[in-house]
Design a protein around this ligand. Structure first.
Ligand code: HEM
Ligand code: HEM
Length: 193
């Protein structure tokens, strides 16, 4: 049988998978340990204890400055997600991959759910990449901060789709791994050629 898990296929998969995991981790940190809401209140109260009063606005500025180097990674992982999409486009142009929609339509009945997850995941990641890039370059694109509000909402909402689909994917891979002897996780790492 023709090798399915070629080197390029694995490079594409892991560039995408690791960047998505990284992107989700930066969001987790932004919403928890490095949340400016929590940390600005903490900075303000700790300084007040030692007799230094600062305004809520200054405390927010400091908390956001502490968060900034971590959040830079959102953009770095975002760039890698973009690179993985370009690799996939290259694979399709050179006939090394097929559009997920066709794979879904042509899949046998027992593979329909799995292929639907890949189809929606691919779509959600393209929405994330385009909305993310629009948010990053909004000034160059001639948008205002207010005008871009709906893009930010779309970006944040689609994240829940990505999260759900990644959980389904990992559950599916785990089930496949323990119910068959195909060793797909190992093949996704070492290849099958
Ligand atoms: C969390 C981010 C991840 C994303 C976004 C992701 C995405 C995808 C996508 C879109 C496919 C379908 C490829 C195709 O069209 O042929 C796929 C396949 C696969 N992924 Fe992932 N993946 C992720 C993480 C993982 C992890 C952590 C593992 C291993 C534990 C894994 C193992 C696999 C395997 C084995 C396949 C091949 C399934 C098959 O051939 O039926 N993925 N992944
Ligand atoms: C799986 C992919 C991604 C996920 C889950 C994700 C998630 C998020 C979330 C939840 C936010 C809102 C954070 C908040 O305001 O609390 C956000 C903001 C943002 N994301 Fe993403 N993102 C992804 C991909 C990308 C990509 C590819 C880029 C491109 C560089 C990007 C650029 C941005 C930008 C510029 C913001 C606005 C930051 C701000 O207003 O301070 N994201 N992202």
């Amino acid at each position: 049988m023709k090798p399915q898990y070629t080197l390029l296929y694995r490079i594409w998969h892991w560039t995408m998978a690791l960047s998505v995991i990284g992107l989700l981790l930066t969001v987790l940190l932004r919403k928890t340990f490095l949340s400016w809401h929590t940390n600005s209140a903490l900075i303000q109260s700790k300084l007040a204890e030692s007799g230094t009063e600062i305004t809520a606005e200054t405390a927010k500025m400091i908390a956001q400055a502490i968060r900034a180097p971590m959040w830079e990674w959102h953009y770095i992982f975002g760039l890698f997600l973009g690179i993985s999409i370009l690799i996939r486009i290259y694979m399709m142009l050179t006939k090394q991959a097929t559009l997920s929609l066709f794979v879904f339509l042509e899949a046998p009945k027992e593979e329909k759910i799995q292929r639907a997850v890949y189809l929606f995941l691919g779509f959600a990641l393209i929405v994330m990449a385009i909305s993310g890039a629009t948010l990053y370059f909004y000034e160059d694109l001639g948008f205002t901060k207010e005008g871009i509000g709906w893009v930010k909402e779309l970006h944040e909402l689609t994240m829940y789709g990505v999260l759900g689909l990644v959980v389904l994917h990992l559950g599916g891979v785990f089930m496949h791994e323990i119910t068959t002897k195909e060793g797909i996780v190992s093949k996704m790492i070492h290849g099958d050629d």
